[in-house]
Ligand binder design. Sequence first.
Ligand SMILES: [Zn+2]
Length: 277
Amino acid sequence: MPELPDLLYVLKTLRERLLGREVTAERVREPVVLRFAVRGNLSLLLGRPLRDVFRKSHFLVFRFDGLDLAVNPMLAGRFKLSAPGEKDEGSLAFALGFGDVELRYLDDKSMGKAYLIASEDWKAVTGMQTGGIDVLSPAFTRDRFSSLLKHRRDQVRVFLLDKKALDSIGNAYADEVLFEAGIHPKTWCRALGREDAGRLHDAVVHVMREAVAEVARRGEPIEVKVRDFLKVRLKEVCPRCGSRIRTAGVKGMDAYFCPRCQPATRAGLVDWTKTGK
Ligand SMILES: [Zn+2]
């Protein structure tokens, strides 16, 4: 899934390359990803200049006169800029031509969705959840974070992934944030004290800002997910203490963590420091 740092980089690149350009072509290979809340299809965009591209929740919204195309890449969606006529990827779902450059939406799982709607008709878009606080904004303070955390009855990793609370953290960065804060992913939110909450808040800000800067610094093509700088996600050895990285299932998702740097906080969890493995 593109996470916030990826989306911000994609957004910046698309704005630089495409803003103000007219749609000159459209192609659909995987109709299942498209939803139309207007009468017609992608050909409605032909001849319209791209006025804006922005992020709204975990969607990228392409704004044209009178129409918005809102794309939620879900688990496997990616954007790519190609020359028109360049060989299609097997995962191509649809493409919009802008003269000598083509914007492709690729999706290996065809799970993402693209909604063509009348301008700002957000209610026609499933899952356009708003209300989560932008973790990169100045409004995301320690106090605000603590108040969000206060009434939660779930595990801390589930809370971090809740898009209605925080905008937004996905699986990869949830692991990085918890590692940075030294908190076990299965810890109950209610077990976190004031100091823990402060440390966790600071870890969110630190990890997400660093990642935004790193992804931008690398300047890879937008279809590439830059993840090799992560410390625990999909890793084998803790970069801090050398322990073996473990995984735990948290609400159906695999969490990666270091058992020594993020010790178990409640009974019933495997204490990996005592297993000798
Ligand atoms: Zn460690």
